[in-house]
Design a protein around this ligand. Structure first.
Ligand code: HEM
Length: 406
């Protein structure tokens, strides 16, 4: 179903679970952006913004926050009491970097940020390259593979586990916990999803506490040990903050990157059908991130009564920022629906902007560059064998399967 747009009231009805929409959200964005780039999305119940200029400004606007409970109580916002069965999940979220605002955010980001700067992350390149080559060794002789499960999924979890210092044997459990927890960010969460996320959060937290106590006794050259040092040195980090931070890094560190690799490969292979594609350089990685970003919607709360981009908001009201739409805004990206690695300017918002700008961007870029380069170099005849289908998940815009042969 195409979106139902009432241009006068700027209300739009669009089911995020409609396969036609999540299969190609750009068609709907084009239609909406042409008439109502700022609109009230009825199904979500909040105002959304599509223009690049607006999304970029609002991501940086300090009158908005990812969190509201640091400046208002649940009662004053008219929110119901927290759900008891979600307590283990909330306990992790409570201290997650992504859910905090200054000053807590500044302190925590300062503690983890250093581990993710390009200089540190580059050290992982040989390990990532070896892993990617080993994956190709595993399926090369078969002449075909389903690349989401055999290629895109194992790379980011191994890279982030290595950087943090979580044993690689934990990878299958990390994937399972993470899938169950991020399901909470989808549209239309059911009680079953909530129970599953709560038990995943509990198992994940318990397992990390065990790992932390092992590292306390026997420190290693990894992020967990460095954060434990910060915890003990003058109590700059509590154990709950430490656990939340590790969960966030492990979850954020792989979910989006799996889909960035999958969507990027799809775009590269579709372009390859039309003309030869050289080994992807840095500009191509940026263009792939713009062209088919894995994360499309982030929200912010108004921290005070405020007017943003012509929309009056009450304190506590939520808005939606459509990164996927902003990255196809023709005012900023000429011919936005064309994959063009030679764009002169590519200020895409796939990693966000402002204080919550993705801490893992250098790592994600490194993984994508190595994954595309090794795969296309080793399998020069690779081609798609079926039209890839997207998953029923609008926020985490990624593929169900990506089948290819060579
Ligand atoms: C291509 C893959 C990735 C994409 C598209 C992506 C995208 C984003 C975006 C859009 C945000 C900002 C959210 C907001 O403003 O509300 C963000 C934040 C974050 N990302 Fe990523 N991310 C990716 C990979 C990673 C990786 C590999 C890590 C590994 C550590 C990571 C860790 C984080 C963290 C910790 C935050 C929160 C930062 C803060 O609140 O200060 N991300 N990411």
């Amino acid at each position: 179903m195409p979106p139902r747009i009432d241009a006068e009231s700027r209300r739009v009805s669009l089911d995020p679970r409609d396969p036609a929409f999540y299969g190609d959200p750009y068609a709907a964005y084009r239609e909406i952006s042409a008439t109502t780039p700022t609109f009230f999305w009825e199904e979500y119940g909040f105002w959304c913004f599509c223009r690049h200029a607006d999304v970029s400004t609002l991501l940086r606007d300090r009158r908005l926050g990812r969190q509201i409970l640091h400046v208002a109580s649940r009662e004053s916002l008219g929110w119901p009491a927290p759900k008891e069965h979600l307590e283990p999940f909330e306990a992790i979220e409570r201290y997650s970097l992504l859910e905090l605002e200054p000053p807590e955010h500044t302190r925590l980001r300062g503690l983890v940020g250093g581990a993710f700067v390009s200089r540190q992350v580059e050290r992982l390149a040989p390990r990532i390259e070896a892993l990617v080559n080993a994956l190709v060794d595993g399926f090369e002789a078969a002449g075909k593979a389903e690349l989401i499960s055999a290629f895109a999924t194992p790379i980011p979890v191994a890279a982030i586990a290595e950087l943090i210092g979580a044993p690689i044997e934990m990878a299958p459990r990390l994937l399972d916990w993470s899938h169950r927890m991020v399901a909470m960010y989808q549209f239309g969460v059911t009680r079953e999803v909530e129970d599953s996320a709560a038990s995943a959060a509990k198992e994940f937290g318990d397992s990390l506490r065990e790992l932390i106590s092992r590292r306390r006794r026997d420190p290693a050259d990894d992020l967990i040990s460095r954060l434990i040092e910060a915890e003990t040195e003058g109590g700059r980090l509590t154990e709950s903050e430490l656990v939340s931070t590790l969960v966030l890094l492990l979850n954020a560190g792989h979910e989006a990157t799996v889909h960035a690799i999958g969507n990027g490969l799809k775009a590269l292979l579709e372009a390859k059908d039309a003309r030869p594609v050289a080994s992807p350089d840095e500009a191509m990685v940026e263009e792939l991130l713009r062209f088919d970003s894995p994360l499309h919607l982030f929200t912010r709360y108004a921290l005070q009564d405020v007017e943003v981009c012509g929309v009056p908001l009450r304190k506590g009201e939520r808005i939606g920022l459509l990164l996927g739409a902003a990255n196809r805004d023709p005012r900023v990206f000429p011919e936005p629906d064309r994959l063009d690695p030679r764009r002169l300017r590519n200020p895409h918002l796939a990693f966000g902007a402002g204080i919550h700008f993705c801490v893992g961007a250098p790592l994600a870029r490194l993984e994508m560059g190595i994954a595309f380069d090794v795969l296309l170099r080793r399998l020069p005849k690779i081609r798609l064998t079926e039209t890839p289908r997207y998953r029923d998940s609008f926020h985490f815009h990624g593929l169900e399967t990506l089948r290819a042969a060579w």
